[in-house]
Design a protein around this ligand. Structure first.
Ligand SMILES: [Zn+2]
Length: 264
């Protein structure tokens, strides 16, 4: 029959599931009066083998999950979302037209404001106005002209980062902030492989090699399907800028998988 825990033991359970983040030694040091680290480790590990403490932890966990309405399905879904998120939802490599693609006779094409600026700079220096024989109306996000003599229809490569305030679902799970370093802006992504590992662990799928291979295959297919769907959507968009997203210019983007913070 379960005994009632002492106040200190109750506090230990609270700290263990709370501030101590499942570190029994830290929880012990928080709940009991000061003692050496070694003594705390010994006593904590003794407490953790106590059946009453184990039952209290189990009961408290259940209570916590109920109060926040957290179910294993919801947790699993979050991990699966992250495991199958597509980096293209955050950042894309695009190829758009060059200056000569859509100019008259494939001459350099300006926007009107650009040309005015270039003209006044030239007149300040006492130079002639630059040529505007390619005309105006340059749109940086237009597709390359297939017969452009300048870029041979390849266009110019460009990195486009989506507005992170608008990220939803899996993309939001994947996004882990930006880091401004000396090499430019670095986009941080959470680790999808670790998330997949977490999914297989929760489902007990690591136990047989066949099921492990099967879930890895499933994962590959789902990521590929998402990539194709996005590539198609991008193609369908006549004007990729019609979302009003800001166009990043002159930034260097490094994408890297950042480690997950230690999860339970
Ligand atoms: Zn071109």
């Amino acid at each position: 029959m379960a005994r009632e825990l002492t106040d200190k033991q109750k506090l230990f359970v609270e700290k263990y599931l709370g501030e101590a983040e499942l570190n029994a030694t830290s929880a012990y040091l928080m709940a009991y009066s000061k003692c050496s680290e070694a003594a705390a480790r010994r006593n904590a590990s003794r407490l953790m083998t106590n059946a009453d403490i184990q039952n209290a932890i189990k009961a408290r966990r259940k209570e916590l999950a109920t109060s926040l309405n957290i179910t294993p399905e919801k947790v699993l879904k979050k991990w699966w979302e992250l495991a199958t998120a597509d980096a293209n939802d955050l950042v894309e490599y695009r190829r758009d037209c060059c200056r000569h693609c859509w100019g008259i006779d494939h001459q350099y094409q300006w926007t009107e404001a650009e040309y005015e600026r270039a003209q006044s700079e030239a007149s300040e220096k006492g130079d002639d106005s630059p040529s505007c024989s390619g005309g105006f109306g340059f749109i940086s996000t237009r597709a390359p002209h297939p017969e452009c003599p300048e870029c041979q229809g390849e266009g110019r490569g460009k990195i486009h980062v989506h507005d992170t305030r608008r990220l939803k679902g899996a993309a939001r799970e994947l996004y882990n902030g930006v880091h401004q370093g000396k090499d430019g802006l670095k986009l941080l992504l959470r680790d999808r492989d670790k998330a997949l590992e977490q999914v297989t662990k929760i489902l007990g799928m690591y136990e047989s090699p066949e099921s492990k291979a099967r879930i890895e295959q499933m994962h590959k297919l789902e990521v590929e399907a998402k990539r194709l769907a996005i590539a198609k959507a991008a193609k369908d968009l006549e004007d990729p800028n019609n979302l009003g997203l800001p166009e990043p210019k002159q930034i260097i983007i490094g994408v890297e998988d950042a480690s997950l913070p230690d999860a339970e």
